[in-house]
Design a protein around this ligand. Sequence first.
Ligand code: AR6
Length: 231
Amino acid sequence: MKMGSRTSGDALEKTEKDDELGITSTSGATAADSIPTLAFPSISTADFQFNLEKASDIIVEKVEEFIGRIGKARLVLVDLSRGSKILSLVKTKAAKKNLDSNKFFTFVGDITQLHSQGGLRCNVIANAANWRLKPGGGGVNAAIFKAAGTELESATKERAVTLTPGKTVIVPLPSSSPLFAKEGVTHVIHVLGPNMNPQRPDCLKDDYTQGCRILREAYSSLFEGFVSIVR
Ligand code: AR6
């Protein structure tokens, strides 16, 4: 199989160097490069230990709710490994609902290197943040702050200093940030999801009524934020 080509059994997943429109300009840029795209990790499902079945239901439900409002733009759920359980659950559930795979798909790669390593240009990326909006802590938060340099930290501080679960903050990335220069990321949207991990602040102690409500709120706010950027 040619790398990056779509396969029928894998219709909702794209891989490296995917040139889905098949149009390449003389500069090497593809038409897909200019499509506004939000890449987002699965909020709360690793360090925050949120149930994967429930999270995948919510991701698909929220994508379905917003897909009609994003025009030509795209939503892409990203995870690091091919064996990602959350990607496979979401892919299966999205296919069952016949969600348009040009507008929503899953992608295996590092969210901080989607363009340089994966050939997928995403102008907006989401971060699974912590409540203090600080670098470090592991997971995707540590990776994004590291890749974006100190520019993201200062730009974040100008917008907010803390976040409550279910809320987001949109941070325009200065063009001096390496993530802007190398990857073409113009905005980072920090999202604080519900926490089910007793070792982390605000643990919901297995209260999935609250947890699901907060995760829904988080995705609504994330997708609203993206809509406001692309509008
Ligand atoms: N690229 C793409 N996906 C990633 C990357 C990456 N570089 N790194 C991790 N993931 P997590 P949470 C996936 O734990 O559960 C932090 O310490 C990962 O496989 O980053 O919301 C913060 O400071 C998983 O699918 O976020 C918070 O305190 C998804 O990203 C806390 O963790 C989210 O995993 C937030 O926990």
